[in-house]
Design a protein around this ligand. Structure first.
Ligand code: NZQ
Ligand code: ZN
Length: 391
C-alpha cells in the first residue's frame, strides 16, 4: 500500500431540479459576475441555460455567456474566454455541460489567475499557481471533471491534446441532476459509462501497491456502472440508473478508487492522441485501445488483471492467472460491444496509416520526454506496437 493524500473540496448538490440552486451556490462561493460557459446546443435546447441564468440573476449576480465548446475542447476558445472575462470583470466561472465544457472552464480559470501563456501549463513548462473559482452544472456523466484536478485541452496548432493536473482547479461546487442526462444520445451515454469504468480500472491496474478497501470499492463501482449501462441501453429515461452512473462518474475520478495505489493511465494517453488526431469521442477511443493495451502489458501483472476481471465476470476456474485474465479481457471487449462501444480502431471508425500511428506514439511520449503507463513503463515503440495491435 502506498501513502496518499485524498483531497476532495467540491460541494456536491445532487438530485432532481438542483440546477435551480446554481445562483445561490455561486454567491456562497463569492461570485459577483459570472461567466456561464457551455457547449454546442444541448444546454440551450433543453432550456437549462435559461433556468441557470434565471437562478444567477435571482441571486443578484451579473451574467456573461460564452458557448461553443466542442468535444476535445479547443485552446482558441479558451483564449477567447480569458479575454472576454478580463474585459467584463468576471470573478467566477460556471460550466454548464460535460467534461469538455468543465475542462475549457478550468483552462480559462488558469489563464485568468496566472500571468503568461495558458498553454504553458498543458505543455508542462510550468505549473499553475492558482485558478479562478469554478462551479459546474453537469449534463453528462463521464469525465469526472466535476470533482477532478484535471483538465484536457486540444491545441489546434499541431493538434496536441494535453492534460494539466492541479488541485487549484477543482470545482468549488458541482450541481448534479441526473434528469439532465436523459437527453443524451445512446452513444454518448455508453461513451460516458466506458470512461467512468476506465477511470477506476486505470487506477486498479497499476503495480505500486493496493488496499483491499480500495479494490473492493473499485470492483463494485465498475460493476454498478456496467449494470446501469445495460439498463440505460433499453431504458434511457431510467432515473435511478442515470443517478447511479452520475455519482459513479464523480467517485471514479475524485481519487477515491485510487487510494493506496499508483495506477496506470497508458490507455488514456494513447486515447488522447486519437482524440487529438481524429477527434473521436473519449470513451469510445478508450474502449478501442484498452484490450490491446491489456494484452501488451499482461505479463507484468497477471494476478492483478485476474483479480479485477474475476470481480466483474465469471472466469474459467482452470488455468493460471494469465489464462484467466485473457478470458476476462475478451469478456470486457464483448461487454464494450454489447453497449455499442468499439473494441478496435477499425470498429471506432478510424484507419490510421503507419506514419500517423508513429506520430501518435511519439506524441503520447511527448517526443521522448516521458514514458507512459504504470503496469509496464512504455516508450514510443511500445505505444506504436499497441496501436498496431488495436487496428
Ligand atoms: O455541446 P453539446 O451540444 O452540449 O453536446 C455534447 C457533446 O457533443 C453532448 N451533451 C452533453 N450533455 C448533453 C449532451 N447532449 C444531450 N444532452 C445532454 N445532457 O455530449 C457530447 C460530449 O460532451 P463532452 O463534454 O465532450 O463529454 P465528456 O464529459 O465525455 O468529456 C470529454 C472530454 O473530457 C476529457 C476528455 O479527454 C474529453 O476531451 N476528459 C477530462 C477529464 C478530466 N477533466 O478529469 C478526465 C477524462 O479522462 C477525460 O480525458
Ligand atoms: Zn477518461
Amino acid at each position: 500500500m502506498q501513502s496518499f493524500t485524498y483531497y476532495t473540496p467540491t460541494k456536491v448538490v445532487f438530485g432532481r431540479g438542483v440546477e435551480a440552486q446554481a445562483g445561490a451556490l455561486a454567491k456562497e462561493f463569492g461570485a459577483h459576475k459570472v461567466l456561464v460557459h457551455f457547449g454546442g446546443k444541448s444546454a440551450r435546447a433543453s432550456g437549462l441555460l435559461d433556468r441557470v441564468a434565471a437562478s444567477l440573476k435571482e441571486a443578484g449576480l451579473g451574467v456573461v455567456e460564452l458557448g461553443g465548446v466542442v468535444p476535445n475542447p479547443r485552446l482558441s476558445l479558451v483564449r477567447q474566454g480569458i479575454e472576454l472575462c478580463k474585459k467584463e470583470g468576471v470573478d467566477f466561472l460556471l460550466a454548464v455541460g460535460g467534461g469538455s465544457v468543465i475542462d475549457s472552464t478550468k483552462a480559462i480559470g488558469y489563464g485568468l489567475a496566472n500571468e503568461g501563456d495558458v498553454w504553458d501549463f498543458y505543455d508542462h513548462l510550468r505549473d499553475p499557481a492558482a485558478c479562478m473559482p469554478i462551479g459546474c452544472v453537469l449534463t453528462i456523466a463521464a469525465a469526472g471533471s466535476e470533482m477532478s484536478d484535471s483538465s484536457v485541452i486540444t491545441n489546434e496548432e499541431g493538434w496536441l491534446k494535453r492534460g494539466c493536473n492541479s488541485n487549484t482547479c477543482r470545482p468549488r461546487f458541482a450541481v448534479m441532476d441526473p434528469e439532465l442526462t436523459a437527453t443524451l444520445p445512446a452513444y454518448q451515454t455508453a461513451c460516458g459509462c466506458t470512461d467512468i469504468m476506465m477511470h477506476t480500472m486505470e487506477r486498479y491496474l497499476g503495480r505500486g501497491g493496493s488496499m483491499t478497501l480500495t479494490d473492493r470499492f473499485a470492483v463494485q463501482l465498475v460493476r454498478t456502472v456496467m449494470d446501469c449501462a445495460l439498463i440505460l441501453k433499453d431504458d434511457p429515461q431510467n432515473y435511478d440508473a442515470r443517478a447511479e452512473v452520475m455519482w459513479a462518474s464523480s467517485l471514479s475520478h475524485n481519487g477515491l478508487t485510487g487510494c493506496g495505489g499508483s495506477g496506470d493511465w497508458a490507455s488514456h494517453q494513447l486515447e488522447h492522441e486519437l482524440g487529438g488526431m481524429f477527434d473521436v469521442a473519449h470513451g469510445a477511443g478508450l474502449a478501442a485501445v484498452w484490450g490491446s493495451w491489456a494484452r501488451y502489458v499482461l505479463d507484468a501483472g497477471p494476478a492483478r488483471f485476474a483479480s479485477l476481471l474475476g470481480g466483474l465476470f465469471t472466469l474459467p476456474k482452470e488455468g493460471d492467472d494469465t489464462a484467466r485474465a485473457l478470458a476476462g479481457i475478451e469478456q470486457m471487449e464483448a461487454f464494450f460491444r454489447s453497449i455499442g462501444m468499439p473494441a478496435s480502431l477499425h470498429e471506432l471508425g478510424v484507419a490510421p496509416t503507419e506514419e500517423q500511428m508513429r506520430e501518435m506514439a511519439e506524441k503520447s511520449c511527448w517526443n521522448g520526454r516521458r514514458l507512459i503507463g504504470g503496469m509496464k513503463r512504455l516508450n514510443a515503440q511500445d505505444a506504436l506496437a499497441i496501436y498496431r495491435m488495436a487496428l
